[in-house]
Design a protein. Sequence first.
Lengths: 221, 221
Amino acid sequence: MGIAFDLKRLQWRMTARASIRQQLQRVREEAIVVAVNRLLATKGYDAMTVDEVAAEAGMAKASLYKLFTSKEELAGAAMVAVLDRALAFVDGLREQAARAEGKVDALDQLKAVARWAMQSQLEGDMPSLPAQNSSLSASLQANDDYMDRLIALSNKLGTWIADAQARGKLNPALPAELLLYTLFARACDPVVGMLKASGQYTHGQILDWVNSATFDGLSAR
Amino acid sequence: MGIAFDLKRLQWRMTARASIRQQLQRVREEAIVVAVNRLLATKGYDAMTVDEVAAEAGMAKASLYKLFTSKEELAGAAMVAVLDRALAFVDGLREQAARAEGKVDALDQLKAVARWAMQSQLEGDMPSLPAQNSSLSASLQANDDYMDRLIALSNKLGTWIADAQARGKLNPALPAELLLYTLFARACDPVVGMLKASGQYTHGQILDWVNSATFDGLSAR
DNA sequence: GTCTATATCAAGATAGAC
DNA sequence: GTCTATCTTGATATAGAC
């Protein structure tokens, strides 16, 4: 009996200590991911060095490599994080729409998502990756955490796209694939950064204009 | 007299040989620029190595470095070349328009330029550079050959943009700067490459759709 | 003027002390 | 588990022979 009691206490203590360790580790991981996110947003993957990540996260490079085994894995973690933010935003919109009982237009939801993504870019929170053919693409496509979220997000946006096309709000002549790709591309649209760099416009103006260019086009209506 | 004659012959021969040398050198330079152009279009600047350029141009790396002093200069030469192609295309359009005596719309000219750029991208001839903050950007902005052409092209497109806005063909609510930046950005639009990679569409379809998305927008009209 | 061979360096990754 | 110091590699750039 005494022995059993002591074992339980011991197990509890071990569990508690393991949990605390895990929490500490998780805090450090998050600091790293935040650093990677900002560096990817500002410099891009190739220009980002692991030394910079370690410095910005406040630890030695060797410590960082205990938690992430490669630079590619760092980028993957940051991309997973941004997809999680996007999914959370989309789910928030769905809940709002559910409360509004059908008064919300799928097209407006898509515009809100595009605006959110571009705002993230303006604030330096939208990591951008080399579009094609890098060794990074391959490692991301082999990353299940990443691919699952990418597919989940594509499906949710795809539902809105199909809805908006069926109701004649989005151009039905364009393939849904193009509409989806265009939304993803506009999240990293360099035009946003160029207008910001010109320094003449407010963030609100930039968001309005680029969203207008995306959905209404450059031609006069 | 005899001496003067010999000197003239000698000078002529030296000039001829120098000219031939220059021509040979120019052919080699063009081969290098073509190689850089394709590598920038397919892999991007960071993934491109000078060894690859030398191999594709059919010479040793050291020989290449006699003609171009750095990797950045290679990229600059390729960007100058693509701007020259763009300027030639634009001038061709202007001549056509002059012959048509005012029957050509500035908006149609802009659409033609966008289509040409995207077609170049589909054919692997449109070099793409890291958009922002790289060391490359700085070296390009210090490259007069590059900047002169960039400004010349911007001015020519800017004329058409102002014209199309004045005639109510392009959305007058959007700043001309945004319209110009958007045209440049669409030349490298990753959506083109994604649709091509999906393998389901012809080049013509892709060009029509992306141009429609750019000028008419994603929303139904 | 072209090539082979090499210098140089930056950056990803790791060993080993504490 | 964290850090300092180091290994290793790949890529830019150059020296020197021919």
